[in-house]
Every structure is written in structure tokens, then in C-alpha cells.
Ligand binder design. Structure first.
Ligand SMILES: [Zn+2]
Length: 456
């Protein structure tokens, strides 16, 4: 079995990956874990990071920061820890370039992970268990401790090869992305420290790809969390009358469902990608008069409320959606009101859509495409990220930011049970980042303009 695995991999012509994987398999088959083995330090370092419990709501941030700084020290990167909010460290590393006048490169990753329902996993989500197929199971293996460690491993290799960057490379490890990033990337992006980095481009997280093409994201949808409320006269449960709270709310829900279906149809018909439509999903529905055994059944309640998670692409017509909410989904004529729990801007500070250009006006995009190709990777058509990431805070500063996590042939399991990443993909991703960092830091153009689209 060991031999078979080796010969399959040999055919792929990835010699140094092959050797380590073959070795790894032979080792794991006997022990089911390689972390004790000193000659597999790359995987072991990945596992060590995954084993640190940085799960919300009580992430062990200092433990993660200590680990990252120890890694930085081992490859002689400059490091500093900044606490914009006490207890929530941002670790900032630097590999100085030889030409400090050129705008620098930022590689961002978040250190926190979402919580897990341990009992629903086949292996404990903090064990970083490596199975006989080479899959590492852990919360954060895809989202996004893999990326943070891959940046470091790529730099470790580039340094070992004697490569010297022209541009400086910064690595930021930020807290709290999974709870909105307000005390992490948002404060970092708005800080003087950030301004002084003189950045030209930011890389942040993307998503796994079930096929052979890597995915890259140039924008993302903005969350609008809407609560609509209906009020009406209460009455006997047996009486038919107009304008009850529940009846009024139901009319709105029907209207919202129709809109949802029309957007979903565009995706189903292949006319739009998921990130290009407005998604609306009900988050809660609340009404009724509680009784000791449940609800009072012969009473029509005077209030009814529903909450929706709406995601808006930067290309959407926000004004018309706002009108739709006021006129159809929560009209005053039906005794309805609405409020937003969260309403993230779709435009940046200068009024432009928060979009990083992916045409010839943005040299960083072309460099990324070329670099991925050089590392024998394939890049799919650039997409709008369906949810939110920290990249929005960087785009908000007028910077180009590309969401990219090099995981091809991998099921999308972020926030899911049994999240895993195969080590062959992980190692391949390190090569891809080596190629990207090389291309970015060797680029001599003064590109900081022309990076966002002026018009759509
Ligand atoms: Zn993430």
C-alpha cells in the first residue's frame, strides 16, 4: 500500500512533496500521527498551530501570538504585537525589502476559529489528527490557520534559498474575524501603524475549491441584518378580522420569499454566481403569547417579528432594495416597522464600490495569475465572496485586496463538522505562496493607483 501511494504520486512529478508524503504515509499508517516525528517539521508546525484553542468565544490569543512569534524568530522576521483592544493581540511580522520606497505587501490571516460541536466530529477538532489518507482534521485547517502557516513556510523556504525581496513583506495575524473583526482587522486598518506600512496590495482568505481550480475573490457581499415587526389589534382566536400582526407579517414573508426565489433562480439558471445575487434568509420568527405549557392558543397576538440575514453584492442597487424594504417588506400602511441590527456599507469611503479590479488596470491581479500558473496551479474566474471577511476593511482604505486560500480538490468545510485539509494540498499551497511572494516582492512598478474600478 505504501509503495502504491508513492508510485501514484511520482507520476505527478512533484518530487519533494512526494518524498515527504510517502514518508508521511508510511509513518502514519503505523502510528496515525506524525507530530512526534522530527523529520516532518512542516506538518508538525501546522498541527501545533491547529492545536491551540483559539475558538470563539474564548480564544487563547496569547498562546497563538507566542507560537507565531516563535516561528517568526526561527526565520529571523521582525515582530511586534499590538493590542488595539486589551487581550486581543495583532501580531505583525516584517521581512524587510531592499527598496523601502516601493509599496509593501501585506499577507493577512485571522487567528481565531469558530467553535465546534466536538461530539459530532470523528476526531477532536483541536487534535489535528492526520489520517491514513493524509487529511489533517481540525477546526481552522481550512479557515484559516492553513494560510497563516503557509505564508510563514513559504518565507522560510524563500529565505533558505537566498531570495531577497525588493518590497517589504508584512504578515498580520489578527483576532476576532469570526465575530466581525471590529477589534481586530478594522482597528488595525484604521491605525497609524497600518498607514505607515505603505501597502500596495493585501492578500486575505478565500475558500476551498472542490475542483482543480483555485478560487480568488475580488469583492464580497455586505451583510444587512434586518428585523421587521408588525403590530395589530389582539383578538379572540376564533375571530376573522383584518390587520392582525401575524397576518401582516405573513404578507411580508410571502413577498420576501418571492424575492429570494427570484434571486436564487438566477443562480440555478447559471446566469449569476452565488456572490452576485442578493441572498435573503430568515434567521428568526417570533410571535405568540407564552403560557406555562407553551402558547395561549385562543388569542391572536398583537406583535409579530422576523429577522433576516441579507447579503448584498457591491454591484447591487441598494437604493431600490431600501425602497423595497420600506414599501413592500415592512410598509407603514400595514402597521409595520423595520430596523437593521447590522448594515455594512457597500461603497468605500470615497463612494466607490468595494471592489478590487481584476483586469489589466490592476498589475497585482496579473502578477497573482502568473505566479499561480508558474507554480503549476490553475486559477478559476475571480468571484465575489458570498460572506464577509476582513478584506473589506483593507478595501475600505482604498487598497486592492484579493481573497485567496490555495486549496483545490477540497470540499468546502469551513464552519462545518470534520473540517480538514489534505497535506498534499497544504504543501502545494506553500509552493504557490512562494511563487506569489517572489512575484509580488520583485515587482518594480509603483502600483498603488488604478487598482479599484472607477465605474461599474
Ligand atoms: Zn476565515
Amino acid at each position: 500500500m505504501k509503495m502504491k501511494l508513492c508510485s501514484i504520486n511520482m507520476a505527478k512529478n512533484n518530487c519533494h512533496i512526494i518524498l515527504s508524503i510517502c514518508f508521511l504515509y508510511s509513518f502514519t499508517i503505523s502510528t496515525a500521527s506524525i507530530q512526534e516525528h522530527p523529520s516532518e517539521p512542516i506538518i508538525s508546525r501546522f498541527q501545533q498551530y491547529l492545536q491551540i484553542d483559539t475558538a470563539q468565544p474564548t480564544p487563547h490569543y496569547y498562546e497563538a501570538a507566542d507560537f507565531i512569534i516563535s516561528q517568526a524568530n526561527s526565520i529571523s522576521l521582525e515582530s511586534q504585537t499590538i493590542e488595539f483592544v486589551k487581550g486581543k493581540p495583532v501580531v505583525l511580522l516584517k521581512w524587510p525589502g531592499s527598496d523601502p520606497s516601493l509599496p509593501s505587501v501585506l499577507l493577512n490571516s485571522h487567528t481565531d476559529i469558530v467553535p465546534s460541536e466536538h461530539e459530532k466530529w470523528n476526531h477532536h477538532p483541536l487534535s489535528a489528527y492526520l489520517d491514513s489518507q493524509g487529511n489533517v482534521f481540525a477546526r481552522g485547517s481550512q479557515d484559516m490557520k492553513c494560510v497563516g502557516m503557509q505564508y510563514l513556510e513559504a518565507i522560510r523556504r524563500l529565505k533558505a534559498s537566498g531570495f531577497q525581496p525588493l518590497r517589504s513583506v508584512y504578515l498580520s495575524f489578527v483576532p476576532d474575524e469570526e465575530i466581525g473583526g471590529h477589534d481586530g482587522a478594522e482597528k488595525f486598518a484604521e491605525s497609524d501603524v497600518f498607514e505607515k506600512l505603505n501597502l500596495g496590495i493585501v492578500l486575505d482568505e478565500g475558500l476551498a475549491s472542490p475542483n482543480e481550480n483555485y478560487r480568488a475573490f475580488y469583492a464580497e457581499r455586505s451583510p444587512w441584518w434586518l428585523v421587521i415587526k408588525a403590530i395589530g389589534a389582539p383578538g379572540h382566536g376564533a375571530k376573522l378580522y383584518d390587520n392582525t400582526a401575524v397576518e401582516n407579517l405573513m404578507k411580508s414573508i410571502e413577498s420576501i420569499r418571492k424575492f429570494r426565489a427570484s434571486q436564487f433562480d438566477l443562480v440555478k439558471a447559471g446566469l449569476k454566481e452565488e456572490g452576485e445575487v442578493v441572498s435573503v434568509n430568515m434567521a428568526f420568527l417570533k410571535s405568540g403569547t407564552p403560557s406555562p405549557t407553551g402558547f395561549v392558543m385562543n388569542l391572536q397576538p398583537s406583535e409579530a417579528e422576523a429577522g433576516f440575514d441579507i447579503r448584498i453584492p457591491p454591484t447591487a442597487d441598494c437604493k431600490s432594495l431600501e425602497r423595497r424594504i420600506a414599501e413592500e417588506w415592512a410598509p407603514a400602511s400595514r402597521n409595520m416597522t423595520f430596523r437593521f441590527i447590522q448594515k455594512m456599507a457597500v461603497l468605500d469611503k470615497s463612494g466607490k464600490p468595494l471592489i478590487t479590479s481584476t483586469d489589466s488596470s490592476n498589475p497585482w491581479w496579473n502578477l497573482l495569475e502568473e505566479a499561480v500558473k508558474r507554480a503549476n496551479g490553475k486559477l478559476g474566474k475571480p468571484e465575489i465572496f458570498p460572506a464577509s471577511t476582513d478584506a473589506r476593511y483593507f478595501r475600505d482604505q482604498g487598497l486592492p485586496a484579493i481573497g485567496f486560500s490555495p486549496m483545490a480538490n477540497t470540499p468546502i468545510l469551513l464552519h462545518d463538522h470534520n473540517e480538514f485539509l489534505n497535506i498534499a494540498e497544504y504543501l502545494k499551497g506553500i509552493e504557490v505562496y512562494e511563487s506569489i511572494i517572489k512575484a509580488y516582492t520583485s515587482y518594480t512598478g509603483h502600483a498603488r493607483s488604478g487598482v479599484t474600478k472607477d465605474e461599474l
